[in-house]
Design a protein around this ligand. Structure first.
Ligand code: PMV
Length: 368
């Protein structure tokens, strides 16, 4: 028996991927940019086993057996076997895959990105496939290609019809901007209503705004974001991040029928972020939302206690003891002037819990 266990991270897009130009190869209509999150707080763990006595491929996700014949899983397996010298050997004919997430699946927390990145990374180790593998992860779920690297990662859309140049590249590693922290405000951890796959298809078919975005907006914005990262300009970068999030959700609204991922709590969080930034006259924090209502708040380490306190003030937790997950946060009083400036009514119980994390590294081998 050959067996290997790996972990892979979640990533959150700063420049969003929304829309494919090729459904089967999962080729995007625009490039995107993300930060990889620390696997100590959020990760997928996958064990792959191969052996001559296995007589079929099988997969279990979070304890339940799933169909191995899903086209995306098949495409990944096919590509790994095609690139491996070991595929012809009897002991590599079949694999068993067991994968778990340590966070809610399909709640807008990029579980498929971590899951497919982990599957591809583990299979590549098992089948001894070297070189670029982010393009194989892309075949599972587009955003999964960015989870193959740590730190700041760009997914280059590529121009080739066969997708060879559509893969991820690391822009900076996870220790480049060590002060950055991410607070994930889990608003509603239930399954999302419209999958990103079907949402994108409808947007590509019906949204005029989407065409303008991919052709005229993203290329310049991506350059600006990369420059802001290079120069570590938090204020400039966070403005771009918020505009990007808002444009993704504007496109969802421009889609027919419209797709509404944000709920009232998400909007209240956005309002709070802008009020705080207005008060200070410079961005102390920003939000970004993927295909779900949960907010990803990006903030520098020094301002985490301030932001966490504001969250607890305006969204008083139903259960104080299990509200904070992940990295610890020290207590700090919020200034009365700020509270008076914000003038918002608290919404008790609207945020289920908070995950405090930071920028992290790429997939790891846990054991062989
Ligand atoms: O890779 P998918 O199909 O889960 O799509 C991800 C889409 C967004 O999360 C909304 C944006 C992104 O770039 O991650």
């Amino acid at each position: 028996m050959k067996k290997i266990t790996c972990t892979a991270p979640v990533n959150i897009a700063l420049i969003k991927y929304w829309g494919k130009r090729d459904e089967k190869l999962i080729l995007p209509i625009n490039s995107s940019l993300s930060i990889t999150l620390d696997q100590n707080q959020l990760c997928a763990t996958t064990t792959v086993t191969a052996g001559a006595d296995l007589n079929e491929d099988r997969i279990w996700l979070n304890g339940l057996e799933e169909s191995i014949s899903k086209p995306r899983i098949q495409n990944v397996l096919k590509e790994i076997r095609c690139r491996s010298k070991l595929s012809e050997l009897d002991e590599f004919a079949h694999v068993h895959i067991v994968s778990t997430n340590n966070f809610p699946t399909a709640a807008g927390l990029a579980s498929s990105a971590a899951g497919y990145a982990c599957l591809v990374f583990a299979l590549a180790k098992l089948y001894e496939v070297d070189g670029e593998i982010s393009d194989i992860a892309r075949l599972g779920s587009g955003s999964a290609c960015r989870s193959i690297y740590g730190g700041f990662v760009e997914w280059k859309k590529g121009t080739s019809v066969d997708g060879v140049d559509s893969h991820a590249v690391q822009i900076e590693n996870n220790s480049y901007w060590p002060q950055l922290r991410i607070l994930i405000l889990v608003v509603n951890a239930s399954k999302k209503s419209v999958s990103s796959t079907s949402g994108m298809q409808t947007s590509v078919a019906t949204s005029d705004l989407l065409k303008t975005r991919s052709e005229n907006i993203v290329p310049a914005r991506l350059d600006e974001a990369k420059l802001a990262i290079k120069e570590k300009k938090f204020h400039d970068l966070t403005n771009i991040i918020m505009q990007e999030s808002n444009q993704l959700h504007a496109i969802c609204l421009d889609t027919l029928p419209p797709i509404l991922y944000l709920n009232d709590v998400s909007k209240t969080i956005m309002k709070l972020v802008h009020q705080v930034n207005d008060y200070f006259g410079v961005n102390k924090l920003c939000y970004t939302f993927d295909a779900g209502p949960n907010a990803f708040i990006i903030v520098e380490e020094d301002n985490v206690p301030l932001v966490y306190n504001l969250i607890k003030t305006y969204f008083p937790p139903a259960n104080k003891d299990s509200f904070l997950h992940g990295l610890e946060i020290s207590e700090e009083e919020t200034s009365q002037n700020l509270i008076e400036f914000i003038r918002m009514e608290p919404t008790p119980g609207a945020i289920d819990y908070v995950i405090h994390t930071k920028v992290g590294s790429g997939p790891q081998v846990l054991n062989r």
